[in-house]
Design a protein around this ligand. Structure first.
Ligand code: HMG
Length: 382
């Protein structure tokens, strides 16, 4: 039975900053941010968007009434959730009007959480072929103003419908995972910004990629020539390029893979790191921007979450009848955004600190999304 990603929905907030302006404000050479890091723009989330509303805005773009009926699980990958106890998936179930006959949970392992969801969803569908699963990767990446990580922030959500006979990507059952307890990136409970040992985190990422890719080749008796594209978790786009370069050489096939990577990084360079959703935003980017995409293309995926967990898995492009819809969805998401100044961004960044106890209502005059946060009352988000 074929199982995998049938539909992809994406949402990113309507405001962004330009990386040349950020570089100038921080006294850095813009080429460092644009080329050295590989980012062009960064999505900035207003207080009226959190991971739940972003996920609802992404999912609502793809789910038909029939899809909603078939969903038996909602698996919400995030590392920037809204409650220490209640799962984001339960809020989402209500916002989307899903049935009560659903298993709704949140999954946390840094940027890896959505991949855990995708793999569990595929296993579930293999044993329940008429069911489908909604998997979310949604996050707001925050390192802090004037930190080395600032250029790698971002915000957004990817919603995936996992089912039998998928339209977009059929995922193979074999995958290789690797876990080790390392302190490359973490966020203590009392902080709203991540702490990171940046250069060490890059090394851990490369090491996990090389280990899982090597083991995948051993187990499946494949090599680089069996793949039409490699997709990566992209904390910043240069990171994926660095990983890809560890396995490519000067031959034509390697050059083709680098061309496909250009297509796969395009949207991530416009949005920034969305943690759990980043690998799947790169998948959307590749599907929409590749010049050579064809049904049956074999694609490798490297998922990574600091702390750390890595996984290499593979899939094949399906009939892709919805590509035109996906293209239109992305054009609408990325082209209708509004650039804000670095000053405005800094004010929005400070306004996002963990909410204080108390009742308050947000200014909604700039909010255009279907789902948004209105404020807080009686210790509950509205
Ligand atoms: P940094 O120290 O500011 O930058 O931190 P750098 O000095 O390393 O320079 C970056 C690149 O720009 C280098 O290229 C420079 O040569 C180049 P590289 O050698 O790496 O290829 N450069 C220039 N290029 C052109 N013109 C110039 C110029 N100047 C310099 N004038 C760092 C960079 C990424 C470490 C920092 O931004 C950071 O800490 N980011 C956050 C951590 C991160 O993204 N880690 C990635 C791996 S971990 C991961 O993926 C998991 C994660 O998503 C979290 C999760 O799982 O939840 C982060």
């Amino acid at each position: 039975m074929k199982v995998g990603i049938d539909k992809l929905g994406f949402y990113t907030p309507e405001t962004y900053i330009d990386m040349t302006e950020l570089a100038n404000a921080r006294g850095e050479d813009p080429a460092k941010y644009l080329i050295g890091i590989g980012q062009r723009k960064q999505a900035i989330a207003p207080v009226t968007q959190d991971v739940v509303t972003m996920a609802a805005n992404a999912a609502t773009k793809i789910l038909t009434p029939a899809d909603k009926q078939s969903i038996k699980m909602v698996l919400f990958g995030t590392e920037s959730g809204v409650d220490n106890s209640k799962a984001t998936a339960v809020y989402l179930q209500t916002l989307l009007g899903l049935s009560a006959d659903v298993r709704a949970v949140e999954i946390k392992q840094a940027c890896y959480g959505a991949t855990a969801g995708v793999q569990m969803a595929c296993d579930y569908v293999r044993s329940h072929p008429t069911a489908s699963v909604l998997v979310i990767g949604a996050d707001i990446a925050r390192y802090g103003l004037n930190t080395p990580g600032e250029v790698t922030q971002g915000a957004g959500a990817v919603a995936m419908l996992i089912k039998a006979d998928p339209d977009l990507i059929e995922l193979e059952a074999e995958s290789v995972f690797h876990s080790a307890d390392v302190m490359d990136f973490w966020r203590p409970l009392y902080r709203s910004e991540a702490l990171v040992d940046g250069h060490y985190s890059n090394n851990v990422y490369i090491d996990f990629f090389n280990q899982t890719w090597q083991e995948f080749q051993n187990r499946t008796d494949t090599n680089i020539s069996d793949f039409d594209a490699f997709l990566f978790h992209l904390p910043y786009t240069k990171m994926g390029l660095k990983a890809l370069r560890t396995i490519t050489s000067d031959d034509q096939h390697s050059q083709d893979l680098l061309t496909e990577f250009e297509a796969a990084k395009k949207f991530n360079a416009e949005v920034g790191n969305i943690y759990t959703g980043s690998l799947y935003l790169s998948l959307i980017s590749w599907l929409v921007n590749s010049q050579t995409l064809a049904s049956g293309n074999h694609v490798g995926f490297f998922s990574f979450g600091s702390g750390a967990q890595g996984e290499f898995f593979a899939g094949n492009v399906g009939p892709s009848t919805q590509l035109q819809n996906l293209k239109m969805q992305m054009e609408a998401s990325l082209n209708q955004r509004r650039q804000i100044s670095i000053k405005e961004y800094e004010a929005m960044f400070e306004a996002r600190r963990p909410f204080e106890a108390g009742d308050y209502a947000f200014d909604l005059s700039e909010e255009k999304a279907q789902f948004y946060l209105k404020g807080q009352q009686n210790h509950q988000l509205l």
